[in-house]
Design a protein around this ligand. Structure first.
Ligand SMILES: *[C@@H]1O[C@H](CO)[C@@H](O)[C@H](O)[C@H]1NC(C)=O
Ligand SMILES: *[C@@H]1O[C@H](CO)[C@@H](O)[C@H](O)[C@H]1NC(C)=O
Length: 362
C-alpha cells in the first residue's frame, strides 16, 4: 500500500515536470574543469586529482572521455558531475568539463536535501549520459537515475542538458529490503535492444525504448514484471548484504554481470571487491562459476585489493587496438587512498569466463 502512494506522488511530479519544462535556450559549452579547479578557494593541483566512479570509456578517433562523480560542494567547487579526457590510449587523464553547475530543477522538487553533486554517471554514447542522484547526508530516502544529452564538439566543448525529469526513482521507505536507484549502466543485447541496469542493495534492470526511457513507463518496484531483479549482495545471517556498481557486457552468446561487494569510499580501508556471474539472457538469471544465482548470494570473485590498488570497483569494459580493456577505480595506497582510475587487459578463458591481465594504466 505504501508503495502505491509513492507511485502516485511520483506520477504527479512527472506531470509537473512535463508542464514546467523550460523552453530551449542556446547555451555556451560547459565550463572547463581545469578552470573551475583553478578558481576554487584552494585550487586542486594535479597531484591531488581524484577520479571516482568512472563511466565507461568513450573513444572517438584518438580521443577518449569518461564522466565521473562530482565532489562535495565546498571550497568554491560547484560541479554536479565531471568529465575527463585524454588524447590517446597512453596519455594521462586530464580534467575535462564541469557539468550541471545549474542544478536540474526536478532534483530540488523531489529531494528534501541534495548537496548538488551527482554520482556514478554512465556514458551510453558520446552525448548521452545516465547519472544517479542520492543524498550524501542520507536525509532523503529517495534515489533517482537522471538522463542528460549533449551538443557540441567532443570531448571538451560539450554542452550537457538534463532531460528535465528522472528516468527512474526508488524510495527506500517503500521496501523492506535495502534497494536504491544508483549506479546506472546500460547493456545492449545481441539484437541491439538496450537495458537500463541500476541499483544499490538489489541490482535491477528493465528494457529501454529508443529515447532511453523504460519501455513499460514504470518506475521500480520489486513486484513489477517490467523490472527484473538481477543480483543482491553476499548471503548473511539476516538476508543479503549490499551490492552496487553493476556493469554488464555481452560476448559470445553470454551476458556477464559485474558487481561490487564490500564497502567503497574508505580510502585504503575500503573492502570493495568485484564479483561476476553470467547468463544467456540480458535480464538473467545470472549465475556464478558454481552455478549459484547472483540474486541468492552467488558472485565469483573477479578482482580484489592487490599491492597499491585497494578496493577495486565500478567496472567498465572498452576496447583498445589490442583487445578488451577492463577499467575500474581503486584507492591508491601510494597517495593515502586517493581514488583513481586503472585499466587492465581483459582476457577470456576457454571456459568463457573473464580474466584480468597486465596493468595498462594506473
Ligand atoms: C599520447 O599523448 C601524450 C600526451 O598528450 C603524448 O606525449 C604522446 O606522444 C602521445 N602518444 C601517441 C602515440 O600519440
Ligand atoms: C534476438 O533475436 C533472435 C531472433 O529473433 C531471438 O531468437 C533472440 O531470443 C533475441 N535475443 C534476445 C536477447 O532477445
Amino acid at each position: 500500500m505504501r508503495f502505491h502512494h509513492a507511485k502516485m506522488s511520483i506520477t504527479l511530479l512527472l506531470f509537473t515536470f512535463l508542464v514546467t519544462l523550460a523552453p530551449h535556450q542556446v547555451q555556451a559549452a560547459d565550463e572547463s574543469l581545469r578552470q573551475h579547479y583553478d578558481e576554487m578557494d584552494i585550487p586542486i593541483q594535479s597531484e591531488d586529482y581524484v577520479i571516482h566512479d568512472p563511466s565507461r570509456v568513450i573513444t572517438k578517433g584518438e580521443k577518449q572521455m569518461i564522466a565521473v562523480t562530482g565532489k562535495a560542494q565546498e571550497d568554491g567547487y560547484s560541479c554536479g558531475l565531471e568529465t575527463w579526457y585524454r588524447t590517446n590510449y597512453s596519455a594521462s587523464w586530464k580534467p575535462g568539463q564541469c557539468l550541471f553547475k545549474n542544478k536540474p530543477h526536478w532534483i530540488e522538487d523531489l529531494f528534501d536535501y541534495q548537496d548538488g553533486a551527482y554520482w556514478a554517471p554512465e556514458l551510453v554514447k558520446p552525448r548521452v549520459m545516465f547519472y544517479s542522484v542520492a543524498d550524501f547526508s542520507d536525509r532523503s530516502s529517495i534515489t533517482c537515475v537522471g538522463l542528460a544529452r549533449a551538443k557540441g564538439p567532443f570531448p571538451n566543448k560539450l554542452t550537457w542538458t538534463d532531460s528535465g525529469r528522472p528516468t527512474s526513482c526508488v524510495d527506500k521507505e517503500d521496501f523492506e529490503e535495502e534497494v536504491s536507484a544508483i549506479d546506472p549502466t546500460t547493456l545492449t543485447d545481441e539484437n541491439g535492444t538496450v537495458y537500463l541496469i541500476t541499483g544499490g542493495g538489489i541490482i535491477h534492470g528493465t528494457e529501454l525504448n529508443k529515447r532511453y526511457e523504460p519501455v513499460s513507463g514504470e518506475w521500480f518496484s520489486p513486484g513489477f514484471k517490467s523490472w527484473t531483479q538481477l543480483a543482491r549482495g553476499p548471503k548473511s545471517d539476516d538476508g543479503y548484504g549490499w551490492v552496487e556498481a553493476a556493469y554488464a557486457h555481452y560476448r559470445g552468446g553470454w551476458y556477464y554481470l559485474f558487481v561490487n561487494w564490500g564497502g567503497c569510499c574508505q580510502g585504503i580501508d575500503s573492502t570493495y571487491n568485484i564479483r561476476v556471474g553470467r547468463s544467456r539472457n540480458p535480464l538473467g538469471p545470472y549465475e556464478d562459476k558454481n552455478g549459484k544465482d547472483m540474486l541468492y548470494g552467488g558472485g565469483s570473485l573477479f578482482l580484489r585489493s592487490r599491492k597499491f590498488m585497494i578496493g577495486p570497483g565500478h567496472t567498465s569494459i572498452h576496447k583498445d587496438p589490442h583487445g578488451d580493456v577492463f577499467c575500474f577505480h581503486y584507492y591508491d595506497k601510494r597517495r593515502e587512498g586517493a581514488a583513481w582510475i586503472a585499466e587492465r587487459r581483459l582476457r577470456w578463458a576457454k571456459s568463457g569466463w573473464p580474466v584480468v591481465g597486465k596493468v595498462l594504466s594506473s
